[in-house]
Design a protein around this ligand. Structure first.
Ligand SMILES: [Zn+2]
Ligand SMILES: [Zn+2]
Length: 260
């Protein structure tokens, strides 16, 4: 099980088993605030944890009987088997640590990418994504996540950016990819050419189609984790420099390179 999903499952189990006692122990006024704030802090949509909690209601001692006819999902059974012997206090400790860790990850673009790629995949449908570029600068979109500034990245903007590129890799159109289940279109990943971590240096939004390139998984990971990224970065910069200016993003190649 992927680490993020496992951690969210542990929280969902805790909220199902201990309900308001858990909500209070984590310092939230009510269930809906707890679901919403923890989901967002962990990089998921507002109602994510509520849905996951419902999955656990089938198996825990929860009094919410509405879900009791549903089958127990294997992943739910697995988490339950592993944690149901722990006490309320032990579980509280574990969940607090997960939330603190998840919240820390929000400030790091790379670690957040996993949640971001998931949110894009959840947004994509066969007819979503339209060819669109910004013709003037776009205001910065900020969201406050538990006292920490994080820059919200809109999955719809990312979907448009992939569409603009006809779902091809912008390093080279011939790069091989595969078909995405949710859309039946080639799978590519959105990458912010000027990284979102540099948003504070700009007074216009970096989360615009003009700044998002479509890359095959290999090129995307090369840019984030590889050496000798110069040829890739130069190719992308040359392709995008005019579109960047159109969105009010003024940057030289040297300045861009320093952000990587
Ligand atoms: Zn990226
Ligand atoms: Zn590629």
């Amino acid at each position: 099980m992927e680490a993020l999903i496992r951690n969210l499952s542990i929280i969902a189990y805790y909220l199902s088993e201990f309900d308001m006692k858990a909500v209070n122990a984590l310092g939230y006024a009510n269930r809906s605030i707890a679901f919403k704030e923890i989901s967002i802090a962990m990089g998921k949509p507002n109602n994510y944890l509520k849905r996951r909690r419902d999955e656990f209601d089938v198996i825990t001692s929860s009094q919410r009987r509405g879900q009791c006819n549903r089958p127990v999902l294997p992943a739910v059974q697995e988490i339950f088997d592993e944690f149901h012997c722990l006490s309320f206090d032990e579980m509280t400790q574990i969940v607090k640590e997960i939330i603190a860790h998840g919240t820390l990850q929000i400030s790091s673009e790379e670690l957040q990418d996993d949640a971001y790629l998931h949110s894009i995949d959840n947004t994509l449908t066969p007819n979503c994504g339209q060819k669109r570029i910004a013709t003037s600068p776009v205001p910065v979109h900020k969201r406050t996540i538990t006292e920490r500034k994080a820059f919200w990245r809109d999955p719809v903007v990312a979907a448009n950016a992939l569409c603009n590129a006809d779902y091809k890799c912008e390093i080279c159109e011939s790069h091989e990819t595969f078909i995405r289940k949710s859309t039946n279109k080639p799978y590519t990943e959105p990458h912010h050419l000027v990284p979102m971590s540099a948003q504070d240096k700009f007074n216009v939004s970096l989360d615009v189609e003009n700044n998002i390139v479509s890359l095959c998984s290999n090129c995307h990971n090369h840019l984030h984790y590889g050496t000798e990224i110069d040829p890739l970065l130069k190719t992308l910069f040359e392709k995008r420099k005019e579109l960047l200016l159109k969105a009010g993003i003024s940057i030289s190649y040297e300045e861009l390179k320093n952000l990587y």
